[in-house]
Design a protein around this ligand. Structure first.
Ligand SMILES: [Zn+2]
Length: 538
């Protein structure tokens, strides 16, 4: 398949330039358990990690153990009372809180299980930590396969998601970047992220998903954002059985146009693997290569890239997919034969990395695909031709970052280790590390987000504090590359708290020439979740 993209191709046809990649992994994550029969299995993250280890990929990147997100970190998006509930609820005591369970939608899809809050802290801490690494400018790509839980709302669990690590990571990226792009290739609509940023032009959300009688029911092509955010939400509704070729016939032209008109400083790609052929809950027909082609294409733009997990319920294929995509991030071709390892048995009977898509019907006709593409590109062109959209207000991020990197490398490479005194734990030792304790328990002062979406004006106040917390994740294993790492000067400039909220959130002039900020939030058309359960026990 033609990889396309925008960087120089090598003789082999793939992208020639290596990327500096970091990867976040918590060895305990595979032990969290949603309960018997529940399709969401954190064990798939451990299976992915085992494949990475045995394919020799861990040595090619910086591997970090995440710092758990603290309650106050979660409250940058989520409501205080919701976070407090998540922290305190246990399987034993949940029956005493029936009303709260209902209010926060903690139910069959999103059950209370042992270590629930700690699980949330882990996957959110990894995504925010990865965003911090990208902000430092020493890595081109950061990976957290335990993240990508795109359905979580400000004060509501949804679709197996409790806290929205993606929204938190994007908020972190916004401290450095004027504009952040979110792309979602999970089979389900990325509703939680879209809703959070529905009225801002600083984040564009682009979701490719199954639409029509399917969870969560949102993601109509006519939902394009509101107020300042009008044209900054993109929805690509698809039907059953879409194959690699059909998918890329939309993904590439739409993403290319988005990159051209939005010019993001950083990109977050949610790599939900339930869009793969044969998924337990999904109904698409993508191969691992076709899914990974989205990663390859996104990578080719040479913009700082955060790769996150998401859905994926046939767990052997999830591990295959995210291992392959880690290889894509690193620019490494992996042999098709899966190496022998502790979870080898999952990959039978052929023990290959790649799986053949099924012969299911592709309900996305050429005409349907052409219409969707034309519709979306037409909407995006309105944004491009709006004279009041000012995208030239600051130097391009890539040039800026390259200068910063060179300066760091020249000045501070040698004393980096002294500055930070990283703990260098052997991976095997870390695997037996006891589960980290809950984060510092204290009441968060945050009172933003009362309206169900980001209150962008008050966000970012604790930028420096949070940066300190996430600055020093433990290194699980050093890559072979010299860590040409972060240093305090770069960090303090990257995380300078805004002198005023107005400066920090100064946004391009709204294209329709009027401010809708005082208007009541009018979200995308929302159908009741009850109509489309994420899964049903049978
Ligand atoms: Zn999904």
């Amino acid at each position: 398949m033609d990889s396309g993209g925008h960087s120089l191709p090598s003789a082999s046809g793939t992208d020639a330039a290596k990327r500096r990649v970091c990867y976040f992994y918590e060895p305990e994550v595979g032990n969290y358990y949603y309960g018997q029969g529940h399709p969401m299995k954190p064990h798939r993250i451990r299976m992915t990690h085992a494949l990475l280890l045995n394919y020799g990929l861990l040595q090619k990147m910086h591997v970090f153990r995440p710092n758990p997100a603290r309650e106050r970190d979660l409250c940058r998006f989520h409501a205080d009372d919701y976070v407090s509930f998540l922290r305190n609820v246990t399987p034993e005591t949940q029956q005493e809180q029936i009303r709260a369970l209902k209010r926060f939608n903690v139910c069959e899809d999103c059950p209370v299980f042992d270590g629930l809050f700690s699980f949330c802290q882990t996957y959110a801490g990894a995504s925010v930590g990865a965003a911090v690494k990208l902000n430092h400018g020493n890595h081109d790509i950061a990976i957290n396969w335990s993240g990508g839980l795109h359905h979580a709302k400000k004060c509501e669990a949804s679709g197996f998601c409790y806290v929205n690590d993606i929204v938190l990571a994007i908020l972190e990226l916004l401290k450095k970047h004027e504009r952040v792009l979110y792309v979602d290739i999970d089979i389900h609509h990325g509703d939680g992220v879209e809703e959070a940023f529905y009225t801002t032009d600083r984040v564009m959300t682009v979701s490719f998903h199954k639409f029509g009688d399917y969870f969560p029911g949102t993601g109509d092509i006519r939902d394009i954002g509101f107020g300042k955010g009008k044209y900054y939400a993109v929805n690509v509704p698809l039907d059953d059985g879409i194959d690699d070729e059909s998918y890329q016939s939309l993904f590439k032209p739409i993403v290319a146009k988005v990159m051209e008109v939005f010019r993001p400083g950083a990109v977050v790609l949610q790599c939900g693997a339930d869009s793969l052929s044969g998924d337990r809950l999904g109904c698409f027909n993508l191969s691992v290569k076709g899914h990974g082609e989205c990663v390859r294409y996104m990578r080719s733009f040479n913009v700082p890239l955060l790769l996150l997990g998401g859905g994926g319920y046939t767990i052997r294929n999830v591990a295959r997919c995210w291992c392959y995509e880690t290889g894509v991030a690193l620019g490494v071709e992996l042999k098709d034969k899966v190496p022998e390892h502790e979870y080898y048995g999952y990959f039978g009977p052929d023990y290959n990395l790649h799986v053949t898509p099924s012969n299911m019907e592709n309900k996305n006709s050429r005409k349907l695909l052409d219409d969707i593409r034309a519709n979306v590109l037409e909407t995006l062109s309105k944004l491009q031709h709006a004279p009041s959209v000012q995208f030239q207000e600051r130097p391009p991020d890539m040039e800026f970052e390259e200068e910063e990197d060179e300066e760091e490398d020249d000045d501070d490479e040698d004393d980096n280790d002294e500055d930070y005194a990283y703990e260098r734990d052997d991976l095997d030792v870390e695997m037996n590390h006891p589960r980290h304790s809950d984060a510092i328990k204290r009441k968060s002062p945050s009172d933003n987000n009362r309206n169900g979406r980001m209150n962008m004006e008050v966000d970012g106040i604790d930028a420096k504090v949070q940066a300190d917390h996430f600055r020093e994740p433990h290194i699980l294993r050093e890559g072979t590359q010299r860590f040409s790492g972060a240093h305090i000067k770069a960090e303090s400039s990257a995380f300078q708290a805004p002198t005023s909220s107005k400066d920090f959130f100064a946004a391009p002039t709204p294209i329709n020439g009027q401010s809708d900020s005082k208007h009541e939030f009018v979200g995308p058309k929302k159908l009741s979740n009850e109509n489309f359960p994420m899964y049903s026990k049978s």
